[in-house]
Design a protein around this ligand. Structure first.
Ligand SMILES: Nc1ncnc2c1ncn2[C@@H]1O[C@H](COP(=O)(O)OP(=O)(O)OP(=O)(O)O)[C@@H](O)[C@H]1O
Length: 577
């Protein structure tokens, strides 16, 4: 891809990411804030023009020892400076407010899409292309908004400054007359052309040195996130690592990831060093350059000291705004990296949603009275069949126990029934989501108080006596004094306690169907039997489907479903009661 089409693609990605906010319900306030920022930017440019003219008057007065004008001009300068400061402060403030509102809106959109139709789950389980979605949402959106505003306003300012000062420079630079190849040349406004040539040379050089920075910055973010993620994972599994004594292994993993990160960072430092060489040399020369160019006219007294100072100031403004791209190079590189990451994230979420919508191989409907499968197949993500041609009917009131060798597909079968496993084909009559509850082996305990953990994911509030009643039925009454204590309950409670807590959730929410995936594996057989009896007495109208290895579970179920790994089929037989 050539440079032009890659920039075209980049700006079209920026537009795709940007337009949704500017067409949203918040567009009025967004446009009002943007207009405010633009007006203030123009006001700042007007101040710069007035300050430029001030240069001429003030330095001419200095040269002429004109005390009255010098004094007046100092007062004049104070006014200009005060206005300049006020405009700059409010321009910054409105930009921040705009950025804040935009980020708030965009984050809500991304969170929505990430959580809709279990995209987060599918990205995690099957998506290899998007790394660290949390970083995309927390950091990248912020960076994108900040950099887009910064770049746009910077560009507007550069264009305004450039237009105003090119006119000024053109008017005051005079004509350059010289003889070349026996011919007399007149170049009106020659300083403008020199400034353009100077800035073009700088931009070209910077691009040559800095273009690799974009790619390096892009991968740096990924390496940083990978390094952070590896430590986060260890923190989540601190106990297992401590039991295994896996610190050395973990240290190696951290070290390896950190070295990759450092290696790339080193390359960034090298590139930035080259850029700083270039940029500082370039901007230092820019201070003296206009004096050198105009000096012959000053020495021949064609212009005054004021004129010289004004030309130097105007030249530096033209050159500064033309070199905007030079100064923005690093920012542009980071901005591009952020845009690429957010675009990639968007595309993968989109792809996942499309895949789901486009899965024409599965025909699904919803019915209250039972779960039905007709010629239903379940595949692995790589297309290898796991279970084939399943035809089953689970009727309400008939509890079912699912068995099979490890890896035969019991959990995947439950995932397919729950509708979260996308690699399926055939016909399925699903149970309504609000009437079913899936209980995994290790229940998820969100961050928050114990009360919030118990009610998850329901929103109904229950009085304390009901909560305590079910907690004592499930033998965790001793935790009832901590209902309002916020903790990382995942680490505080034992797995057995967590599994009993999951039963409290069942009793509070009273689903019509419960799917239990080894939900009592950490409990002793007596406790397991007690909880199953409790299910039958407390929720007599509820049907449960369990995955479990213990034969002691058999008496609580009417049918046993066996998954056969070799033949990839399922058989169902009635239990003897
Ligand atoms: N996200 C995934 N990507 C690829 N393969 C997967 C994925 N999830 C599960 N599998 C594969 O599907 C097969 C069935 O896994 P599943 O967890 O359903 O077995 P299981 O019968 O519940 O096993 P166990 O009794 O050991 O819990 C396994 O071979 C597993 O490796």
């Amino acid at each position: 891809m050539n440079q032009f089409s890659s920039y075209y693609q980049f700006f079209s990605h920026v537009w795709i990411l940007t337009k949704s906010y500017w067409k949203s319900e918040e567009k009025k306030s967004a446009y009002a804030l943007l207009t405010g920022v633009i007006l203030l930017t123009i006001a700042i440019v007007v101040m710069l023009v007035l300050l430029n003219q001030w240069n001429n008057t003030f330095y001419t007065a200095l040269q002429e020892y004109n005390t009255t004008v010098i004094f007046n001009e100092l007062i004049h300068f104070s006014w200009l400076a005060v206005l300049y400061i006020v405009f700059s402060v409010y321009s910054f403030y409105l930009q921040q407010v705009l950025g804040l509102r935009w980020r708030k809106w965009l984050t809500a959109q991304y969170l929505d899409r990430w959580l809709t139709r279990r995209t987060y789950y599918r990205l995690q389980m099957f998506g290899t292309e998007t790394d660290n979605p949390d970083q995309r949402i927390s950091e990248d959106i912020n960076l994108f908004v900040t950099k887009t505003i910064e770049f746009t306003i910077g560009l507007i300012k550069a264009v305004c400054v450039l237009t105003a000062f090119i006119i000024i420079l053109y008017q005051i630079s005079g004509t350059l007359d010289f003889t070349f190849m026996g011919k007399v040349w007149h170049i009106p406004g020659y300083l403008v052309w020199i400034a353009i040539l100077y800035a073009a040379a700088g931009t070209w050089l910077t691009h040559r040195v800095g273009h690799r920075l974009m790619k390096l910055n892009f991968i740096q973010q990924r390496y940083e996130a990978d390094f952070r993620f590896s430590m986060m994972r260890m923190r989540e599994n601190a106990e297992s690592v401590a039991f295994y004594g896996g610190e050395k292994q973990e240290h190696h993993i951290f070290q390896r990831r950190f070295m990759i990160l450092l290696d790339n960072f080193w390359k960034i430092i090298q590139k930035k060093k080259q850029l700083i060489w270039l940029n500082s040399g370039y901007s230092q020369i820019a201070i003296i350059f206009p004096f050198i160019v105009v000096m012959p006219r000053y020495l021949t007294k064609t212009i005054s000291l004021g004129g010289l100072m004004q030309v130097a100031n105007a030249f530096s403004k033209v050159q500064e705004s033309l070199s905007y791209f030079v100064d923005m190079y690093v920012t542009l590189a980071e901005w591009k990296a952020v845009v690429d990451r957010l675009t990639g994230f968007n595309e993968h979420m989109e792809k996942i949603l499309c895949e789901e919508k486009e899965n024409k191989n599965v025909e699904q409907s919803f019915a209250d009275n039972g779960l039905e499968l007709f010629h239903f197949d379940i595949h692995l993500p790589n297309g290898v069949p796991l279970l084939e041609n399943i035809t089953l009917h689970f009727t309400a009131g008939n509890n079912i126990l699912i068995r099979g060798a490890s890896g035969s597909g019991k959990s995947t079968f439950l995932r397919a029934i729950a509708g979260i496993w996308p690699y399926v084909s055939g016909k399925i009559n699903r149970l309504p989501r609000e009437k079913t509850m899936f209980v995994p082996q290790r229940p998820y305990l969100p961050l928050g108080t114990l009360r919030q953990v118990l009610l998850y994911p329901g929103e109904t509030k229950f009085p304390d006596d009901i909560l305590v009643q079910y907690m004592s039925l499930c033998h965790i009454a001793y935790l009832s004094s901590q209902l309002d204590v916020a903790a990382d309950w995942n680490h505080v409670l034992s797995v057995g306690e967590q599994q009993r807590l999951a039963f409290v959730r069942i009793f509070l929410q009273k689903p019509s169907w419960i799917f239990l995936d080894e939900a009592t594996s950490a409990l002793d057989e007596d406790m397991e039997a007690y909880l199953y009896q409790l299910l039958q007495t407390q929720l007599p109208k509820t049907t449960f489907v369990s995955v479990g290895h213990r034969s002691t579970l058999t008496p609580f179920h009417s049918f046993i479903l066996t998954l056969h790994k070799n033949t990839r089929n399922i058989t169902m037989e009635a239990t003897e009661r």
